[in-house]
Design a protein around this ligand. Sequence first.
Ligand code: ATP
Ligand code: MG
Length: 673
Amino acid sequence: MKKLPKLFLPVTLLAGIVCGFLRNDMYVDAQGDPLGLIPLHHPNYPIIYGLAAVVAVLLIVYRFAGPKRPYQIVTKLPIAGIGAGFGALACAYMLFKTEGSTLMLVAQAMGLFGFWGLATAYFAGKRPSLLNMLLPVFVCFGMVLGNLTLWSRLHQTQDYLFDSLFYLFTAIYGIHRITAASGQKADDRAGFVWGQAALFCAIAAAAYGHILYFVSLSLWLLSTFFVTPCKMVLPAPAERLIKMLERAGYTAYAVGGCVRDGMLGRTPKDYDLCTNAKPEEIAKVFDGYELVKNGEKHGTVGVVVDQTLYEITTYRTEGGYEDSRHPDWVEFVDNVCDDLARRDFTVNAMAFNPAVGYIDPYGGQSDLFGRTLRAVGDPQKRFREDALRILRGVRFACRFRLVPQKDTLKEMIALAPTMDRLASERVFSELNEILCHIDEGDLLLYKDVLLQVLPELAPCVDFCQHSRHHRYDVLRHTEQVLCNLPADAPLRWAALLHDISKPQTFVQDEKGEGHFHGHAAESARVAEQILLRLKAPAALREEVVTLIAHHMDLLTPEKPLLRRRLSKYGEPLLKKMIDLQTADRIATGYKKEKHLQDRQKLLGVLKKLTKEEGRLEVKDLAIDGHDLIALGFTEGPQIGQVMNHLLQQVLDGKLPNDHETLKAAAAEFLKNQ
Ligand code: ATP
Ligand code: MG
């Protein structure tokens, strides 16, 4: 879509303010004096309303055709917040001064509370209650009703009809924004809500023209003006490579993930380049550079600059995909847009060149800032071609808080069974990333996809725990545990699988209370099977299995207990155990504060222990295997047994870690055998 001129929004809003001024005479206080900045009496209502309607239409046009900026309101949060404050003041002022209908006043008050509650909830990083979400919407419908009542009573058709339409529009807009807000991170949400509140009042300013609304509007405008959309800055070597290709007569762009990340102001993992030069031509242009050619068959040549590898790929289209994994054929093409068409999602199908700017034929930028995950082209076709895209979709949605577009989500779920043909390593690596980015609501939203690759989780869905200690069913509880942990892969895997065997170990006592004896060990066993199947790295697998197997072991802030655990697991793993146990307890849905305090206490004691004593292991004992053999022990498992026995004695403070004492204790042990 063609870009709107920069002045479009300010001019439109200014026109709105003028309309507001012109209709100031409608609102009078108890003494009959007009409210507002310039109390103009204007009998020519149809013209004013005509103008106001034009403003409304222009605002809608701006909404759909204007620049889609990255949460501009967020960045200038304080200004937008102050704007919202002024708007709220204006509402309160109008409430006391005008002679509106009671219904309208009540609606307006509810709206204020609604916005206030929403903003508070979002600020606290919590999910706001449904009531808080819906109040601002109710208020608008309330205003519609109020205006229609007045209309029927006073028969001033134009006045109230316009007001009704205005509120109707605001309500629909509100629903739209609330839906879009639901998946975002707490930081984004706070600014977003304040911005919406400011905008709400700002639109009202256009209608009422009151000074306070006017201030609110100006501040909101100001908050959006300050922000410039993130401009992509390529690292010098990438820019140099592009320039060299261009000088040789080819076109070249940065493409894919780096453009997406750059647009969001994040640092990309790597910079992929693409060009119409064929692989052998790329090699020729970079003659003298260190080249990596093992991807040449697929059109990729790696060029090493300043010890960094840049992959340059020839524009290509693909086709076939008989196996839902690999294209049957690949064809080099000359146009970057044809290359972008083969990419998975619109947010990944953008290219950038410093001289040309962005190439974005599928609306990736607008989707990125509108927080939408959309397949490039026909989603069914795209997921049929390569089933990995389904998991990639979940990954990008979680990582960038994108909401999958309806058809994209539908096809992701419908075609999830085709993922059985994917290589385990690729499934594991996607799941790994998904787990590290998962947030509230994601596990349930994508369960139909995730259960295809983790079918062992299926019995946990909606599995009621019949326990007064648990507020949630097993899967919801699992999701809560995940969201209360840092983004560490082994921890997140442990969280995902820690209760996987609860349904199988479930029993109910005579009072109807649910119990899950042995579920930790059983879940650890199932987790091991799953991670073996997914070909997870052995170190991760072992860590996850240990974390799960011991997630029910009581951890209390007592030195002897923690000393023993520290000796057995080491500090990093023990800290993770504490984190997992805390998250597990918080995810019961009760006493969050207490569990967080317990965690602090545990960490405090652990910190002291590690600082004062460090980790004591068998190898740190003041005695070794040779000493034991000299005492008469036989080589083999017996040595390990005795060493462990001695270690426990030292850890419990029963023996000092001293050579002679330990030797005597070992001799005693041998005597009692
Ligand atoms: P990340 O930041 O995680 O590396 P990315 O978007 O760069 O994300 P890559 O796997 O590195 O992801 O892929 C680079 C680009 O190649 C993607 O942005 C996308 O355009 C394209 N791509 C990768 N895998 C696929 C696929 N399976 N189907 C279609 N396009 C793909
Ligand atoms: Mg990448």
